[in-house]
Design a binder for this molecule. Structure first.
Ligand code: XIL
Length: 409
């Protein structure tokens, strides 16, 4: 490749990032047709997690061809970034051991979809305690007596933790290196951002920093640094992200600060912080998000809101009446209109906080295109309903973008 081509390519590839550096901050008027990506242009990219039906254009048992088509149209019109909701997770992309154990087709379809429609691609996720097949941790070393032999799920796990004989530290590090090198190299230059390590922080009191996962137990705390190092080797230009949830919790966000400071002191290549923001009535407020983003911003790294959704239900409350009809009409502890209103106000607060921190926030990704395909579907937690129609919360979010004065901080 000659120099000019290289420069042209670099300009093209960096263009979406330049667009979020804050050059064009003119307020826009919010009419019916303003889209999310237009409303926040000049501030940050706005994305959605997409699933296999969207990437391949093929319906499944849950969605008709017409619904899938509508969702694809929604993704193309509203968003300028996409994340693979499941298809780049270890269990899907590398279900069996060895170099022949990869299943790239769905992830390839995700990348092709993004390239075709000019959407920035985020890879999710390289190292996680969930959705990782047992073979990764298996070996010949007897598990310690402290391992959970009960076959019960542990908190934070989607299924029982692997309890059989284990790989050694060296074996597991080599599997992790081979996996990261293979996956990141395959999409080098296409997938611009990677969630390298997902959810490594412990959720309890301040005494434990890291989740007691098999990664931690078998490799030790340096598995995190190693994962970033391997990803950086495979694609030195990729933006490498540490991603975690419940960072609205003041104890947990301080654990994040401790972890990231320590990684940076060790010169670990980490370039952005992902805060998932799976929110609820308690956490989805201006104050909570402002406080959380203030703490994260002190690290001086770009912040990505990576998995935004908001279940505006009041803790566990259901319909107050006993009739079936009322219960059917009730969602999240009130009538549909009340729920919509709560969601609208909550999203407005969350986006006011995000806009307050727009010098740090470079990307906001919703965890799903619409309520029907959301992993929290009963909570109707997104801006578009099951038919891909905008809800009142959508308009409120657009309004926050257009009403925020150009340069306040
Ligand atoms: C979820 C997906 O949305 C579901 O379809 C899947 O069954 C489980 O995982 N944190 C993450 C995401 O980092 O990968 C999870 O996605 C949601 C919580």
């Amino acid at each position: 490749m000659n120099r000019l081509t290289t420069i042209t390519l670099a300009v093209l590839l960096l263009a979406p990032l330049a667009a979020i550096s804050g050059a064009a901050e003119s307020p826009r008027s919010a009419d019916e047709s303003t889209t999310l990506k237009e409303a926040f242009q000049g501030h940050f990219l706005v994305g959605a997690a997409i699933n296999r039906t969207h990437a391949t254009g093929q319906s499944d048992s849950r969605r008709t061809a017409q619904q899938v088509e509508q969702e694809i149209a929604l993704i193309k019109s509203q968003f300028n970034q996409i994340t693979a909701e499941n298809d780049m997770k270890w269990v899907n992309i590398h279900p069996r051991e060895g170099v022949d154990g990869y299943e790239f087709a769905p992830a390839d379809a995700f990348v092709a979809f993004g390239e075709k429609h000019g959407l920035q691609l985020v890879g999710h996720t390289l190292v996680w305690h969930n959705q990782t097949p047992d073979w990764v941790f298996a070996g010949t070393n007897p598990p310690p007596a402290s391992a959970n032999p009960s076959g019960k799920k542990e908190p934070g796990y989607m299924r029982p933790v692997y309890a059989g004989p284990r790989a050694s530290r060296a074996e597991l590090l080599e599997r992790m290196r081979e996996h990261i090198h293979t996956v990141v190299a395959r999409y080098k230059g296409k997938v611009k951002v990677w969630d390298v390590v997902n959810e490594a922080l412990d959720n309890g009191g301040p005494e434990n920093l890291l989740r007691n996962s098999l990664w931690l137990q078998i490799i030790g705390p340096d598995y995190i640094a190693k994962a970033f190092q391997y990803a950086h080797e495979a694609d030195p230009d990729a933006i490498l992200r540490y991603n975690d949830y419940r960072l609205e919790d003041p104890v947990k966000v301080q654990k994040l600060v401790t972890l990231i400071k320590s990684l940076r002191e060790q010169k670990v290549p980490i370039h952005a912080i992902g805060t998932q923001a799976h929110l609820n009535a308690t956490t989805g407020t201006f104050e909570q998000i402002d406080r959380s983003l203030t703490e994260i911003a002190k690290l001086g790294l770009p912040i990505h809101i990576t998995e935004l959704d908001l279940k505006a239900a009041q803790g566990g409350r259901r319909s107050t009446g006993a009739e079936v009809a009322a219960n059917a009409a009730a969602t999240q502890g009130g009538l549909v209109a009340d729920a919509d209103e709560r969601l609208t106000r909550a999203y407005e607060g969350v986006f006011r906080a995000i806009m307050k921190h727009r010098n740090s926030v470079k990307l906001v990704t919703f965890w799903g295109a619409n309520d029907a395909v959301s992993w929290r579907r009963p909570g109707n937690p997104l801006l578009f309903d099951g038919n891909s129609q905008p809800k009142p919360a959508f308009k409120a979010v657009i309004r926050v973008a257009t009403e925020t004065p150009a340069k306040i901080n």
